[in-house]
Design a protein around this ligand. Structure first.
Ligand code: UD1
Length: 420
């Protein structure tokens, strides 16, 4: 087990360059098997979820190598259409391989994926999208068997704009002869990035970032070098960390346009934010204001992946804030830990009412999921005394050495590996 130790009370100041986005790298790694040529992804962070995706690709027959910040994927030896059970359960994103495996083999066997415990996270929308393209799907003994022998281009309508389902079906369609139109798709920036990657490979895909994606099937794709987009959630988390300490930081490689909803809330809390191209500069007030209402929604609404970090900020604001979580059912699990640090958060279903308090106190807490762990770190930076955050390995799913990022910005943060 890994433990983060943070001594609160230091203003964050300085500069940092944001790494590529986990949520962009993972689907792109899955898409790399749509060709048998080599793909090189640059500036990829060392994250456990990315490591697991590499392991899964290797068990399917690919060669995956990490060289400095790059990931080299050679899918020439791809030979299996069966996803490894135990590894697939480690990350939700293993499900992204269903579309590309179907596209390459015309069949796929996958297990139900794992991931952070932030809600039910079913995969019905993925399955429904593929069924609408003619894939025959049956479940047997915990496995999902997909037969794509009658799969053909066509029209898909999603009942809800799921990020993963949109990406999965997009990847399944790029090699299908004819036109596939996907309606009511998710509009997240990482889907636009996947489209950009697929187009570089030679795919004919348009419309990502809008409600409709149109795929004209091509015969063959080729390997490419690609730099996935920067991580808007890592950027948002660091800005929230600075805001918690009354700090002032400059972030490079920050997707400012994609952070519009987060910037709006931070500004409502009294932060001054200057954005220029891919650089964001935040100057926080000595005490944050509350925000009236924060509601998570699919993009371009407020991202659920930044909700709990904002909950931590609201806990130390001047008055009362209200947070409504609309995307996942189980994303207030850190309210109890924040309350043990002195916060006053009352949760009822999907709503949290946060009465801001002047002082938080360091104590022993535990991460329960990736973003919640980061939120505890934010609270710890503002708290009096030392906070230890157990199960910090969950934070490593999405932040490359969070303690190093925070230390570089002036925090007193370190890690202990307990070996348990
Ligand atoms: C992706 C992101 C995750 C982010 C989420 C929402 C990756 C690797 N992960 O997750 O960080 O929090 O988008 O922005 O990109 N749902 C169903 N049936 C399905 C699929 C989803 O009911 O088949 C529900 C989910 O339970 C959830 C909601 O739809 O309540 C949104 O999920 P989805 O957009 O699919 O998120 P993920 O792709 O899992």
């Amino acid at each position: 087990m890994s433990v983060l130790r943070i001594c609160g009370g230091r203003r964050l100041e300085g500069e940092w360059t944001v790494h590529s986005a986990k949520n962009a790298v993972l689907p792109i790694m899955a898409a790399s098997i749509l060709t048998d040529e080599k793909t090189v992804l640059t500036d990829c962070p060392l994250l456990s979820d990315i490591g697991y995706m590499g392991d899964i690709l290797e068990t399917l027959g690919c060669r995956v190598e990490r060289r400095a910040g790059s990931i080299h994927i050679d899918p020439q030896g791809l030979c299996s259409w069966e996803m490894p059970d135990a590894l697939s359960k480690k990350i939700r994103s293993s499900i992204f391989l269903m579309g590309p495996i179907l596209a390459r083999f015309g069949k796929a066997a996958v297990t139900f994926p794992g991931g952070c415990e932030i809600g039910l996270r079913p995969i019905d929308l993925h399955l429904s999208g593929l069924r609408q393209l003619g894939v025959d799907i049956r479940e047997e003994g915990g496995m999902i068997y997909c037969d794509g022998s009658c799969m053909k281009a066509g029209t898909v309508h999603f009942d809800y704009p799921s990020v993963g389902a949109t990406e999965n079906v997009m990847m399944a369609a790029v090699l299908l002869p004819g036109r596939t139109v996907l309606h009511n798709v998710a509009r997240e920036p990482e889907i636009v990035d996947l489209q950009q990657f697929l187009r570089k490979m030679g795919a004919d895909v348009n419309g990502a970032g809008t409600h409709t994606i149109v795929v004209e099937g091509v015969h063959k794709l080729h390997g490419v070098d690609y730099q996935p987009m920067a991580d808007r959630i890592v950027a948002g988390t660091l800005l929230a960390a600075a805001a918690a300490t009354g700090g002032s930081i400059r972030l490079y490689r920050t997707p400012c346009a994609e952070l519009c909803a987060v910037f709006a809330k931070l500004r409502e809390m009294g932060c001054a934010i200057c954005e220029q191209d891919q650089t964001a500069v935040l100057q926080a007030p000595s005490r944050l204001n509350a925000f009236a209402l924060l509601q998570t929604q699919p993009h371009p609404g407020f991202p659920t992946d930044m909700q709990v970090q904002m909950l931590a900020l609201a806990a130390m604001a001047k008055e009362t804030s209200v947070v409504v979580e609309n995307v996942f059912e189980n994303r207030f699990t850190h309210a109890g830990d924040l309350n043990r640090m002195g916060a006053d958060i009352w949760v009822n279903g999907r709503t949290a009412v946060v009465k801001g308090t002047e002082r938080l106190f360091g104590t022993k807490v535990a991460a329960r999921d990736l973003r919640g762990g980061a939120a505890l770190a934010i609270a710890a930076l503002a708290a009096e005394g030392e906070t230890t955050i157990e199960r910090a390995e969950l934070i490593d799913r999405g932040y490359e050495r969070l303690e190093e990022m925070l230390s570089a910005l002036g925090a007193q943060a370190s890690r202990m590996d307990t070996g348990v």
